[in-house]
Design a protein around this ligand. Structure first.
Ligand SMILES: C[C@@](CO)(OP(=O)(O)O)[C@H](O)COP(=O)(O)OP(=O)(O)OC[C@H]1O[C@@H](n2ccc(N)nc2=O)[C@H](O)[C@@H]1O
Ligand SMILES: Nc1ncnc2c1ncn2[C@@H]1O[C@H](COP(=O)(O)OP(=O)(O)O)[C@@H](O)[C@H]1O
Length: 315
C-alpha cells in the first residue's frame, strides 16, 4: 500500500474555465541501513555488489512538489535549502539530478512528455549515506504517479525505480525493509509483524540523532575502499570501516555516542554521516554535548524512526 493523504481535487477553476493547476507534494524521508552485508560484485549489475541489508527510513524529509505545465513546455527544476552540498555547484547538471531522471523514467514508461515543474526543498544532507538523491527520485515517482493519475501499484513503481539506483525502490515505501540483490529487491517489514517487533525491541526505533558533515563521500569510492580493506570486526555495516578510513571524524562520533549511552551508533550506509539511536532525551543531550564539545560533527539533526513518505495534493 502506498501511504497517501489526498485532499479532494476541484474539477475546474471557476474564473478561467480551465483545469486548475494541481500540485502534488511528497515529503520523503532519508534512509539508513541497520545492517549492511556486502557480498561479491556481479557483472550483470554493472559491477555492483550483492547486498543483504535492513533498511530503515528516518524522519529527515526532503519535500518534492510536482505541478503540471502546459503541453510542450518541458520540465523545470528549482532547488532550495541551506545545505545543498555539491548540488549548489555551477557544474551541477540539472538533467542529472535524481529527481529529474526519475521524471524522465516515468514519462517514458507512461508514454508522456515530461511537462512538469519540480521543486525540491532539501533537508537531507547531500552525499552523506542518507539516500537523499534516492529519496528525491522516489518522491518524484510517487508525485507523478498521482499527478498523472496513473495509479500504478508499488511493484511497478519499484521496477522503474530499480533502473535508477539501488536505494530507490526502498525509498518509495520507507519504514523498515529487507533488501537483497544489489539492494533493489525489497521485502517490506510490516508494522506490527514479529520482525518489526524484534527490531524495535533491539532499540532500532524512536529518537534518532544524525551527525552530519560539510564534506561528502562518494559511494563508488567507499565501495572501492571496502574492496581493499574489507569489513571491520563485528561491524553490522560492512562499509563502516571503509568510510571511517576515508573520514576519521565519523569514527570519533560513533565512539562518543556509544560512550554517552546511545543504543546503537554507526556510519549511515556509505557515510560519512553517523546515526545514533537514543533511549531518552537525557542521553540525547549527552551525545549532542559530546559531539559539539569535541567538534566531531558539523551539524546535528534530530529525527525519529521509522518514517514513511507522505503524499498530499493541493491547488
Ligand atoms: C551504500 C548504499 C547503502 O544503502 O547507499 P548510500 O549509503 O550510499 O546512500 C547503497 O548500496 C548505494 O545505493 P545507490 O547510491 O542508490 O547506488 P547506485 O546509484 O545503484 O550505485 C552507485 C555506485 O555504488 C556502487 N554500488 C552500489 C550498490 C551496490 N549494491 N554495489 C555497489 O558497488 C557502484 O560503484 C555503483 O556504481
Ligand atoms: N536530488 C538529489 N539529491 C541529492 N544528491 C543528488 C541529487 N541528484 C543528484 N545527486 C548527486 O548524487 C550524489 C549522492 O548524493 P546523495 O544521494 O545525497 O548521497 P548518498 O548516495 O551518499 O546517500 C551527490 O554527488 C549528488 O550531487
Amino acid at each position: 500500500m502506498i501511504p497517501v493523504a489526498v485532499r479532494q481535487r476541484p474539477a475546474y477553476d471557476d474564473q478561467l474555465d480551465e483545469p486548475a493547476a494541481l500540485t502534488v507534494r511528497v515529503d520523503c524521508p532519508a534512509k539508513t541501513n541497520l545492517t549492511l552485508e556486502v557480498g561479491p560484485t556481479h557483472d550483470e549489475w554493472g559491477g555492483r555488489h550483492e547486498l543483504d541489508t535492513i533498511y530503515c527510513a528516518i524522519g529527515v524529509y526532503d519535500t518534492i512538489t510536482a505541478t503540471a505545465k502546459h503541453p510542450g513546455a518541458g520540465f523545470s527544476l528549482e532547488l532550495e535549502g541551506a545545505h545543498l552540498g555539491d548540488l549548489a555547484s555551477s557544474s551541477s547538471d540539472m538533467r542529472r539530478n535524481h529527481a529529474v531522471l526519475a521524471l524522465f523514467a516515468m514519462a517514458q514508461a507512461a508514454g508522456r512528455d515530461s511537462d512538469v515543474a519540480l521543486t525540491i526543498t532539501k533537508r537531507i544532507p547531500v552525499g552523506a549515506g542518507l539516500g537523499g538523491g534516492s529519496a528525491d527520485a522516489a518522491a518524484t515517482i510517487l508525485a507523478v504517479n498521482q499527478l498523472w493519475e496513473l495509479h500504478w501499484p508499488m511493484e511497478r513503481l519499484r521496477t522503474i525505480a530499480a533502473t535508477l539506483g539501488a536505494d530507490m525502490p526502498f525509498c518509495l515505501s520507507g519504514g523498515f525493509a529487507h533488501g537483497t540483490g544489489f539492494g533493489e529487491r525489497i521485502e517490506v517489514i510490516d508494522a506490527g509483524s514479529a520482525a518489526e517487533r524484534n527490531l524495535i525491541g533491539q532499540g532500532y526505533a524512536g529518537e534518532v540523532l544524525v551527525g552530519a558533515y560539510q564534506s561528502q563521500l562518494s559511494t563508488p569510492e567507499v565501495y572501492h575502499t571496502f574492496d581493499a580493506v574489507g569489513p571491520g570486526n563485528d561491524d553490522r555495516n560492512h562499509l563502516q570501516a571503509a568510510a571511517i578510513s576515508l573520514h576519521p571524524r565519523s569514527g570519533q562520533a560513533i565512539d562518543a555516542a556509544v560512550n554517552a549511552g546511545a543504543r546503537h551508533a554507526f556510519v549511515s550506509g556509505s557515510g560519512p554521516s553517523v546515526v545514533a539511536f537514543v533511549p531518552d532525551s537525557t542521553t540525547a543531550q549527552r551525545i549532542i554535548d559530546a559531539w559539539r564539545n569535541g567538534g566531531m560533527v558539523d551539524r546535528i539533526i534530530k529525527a525519529s524512526a521509522p518514517a514513511h513518505p507522505i503524499i498530499g495534493v493541493s491547488q
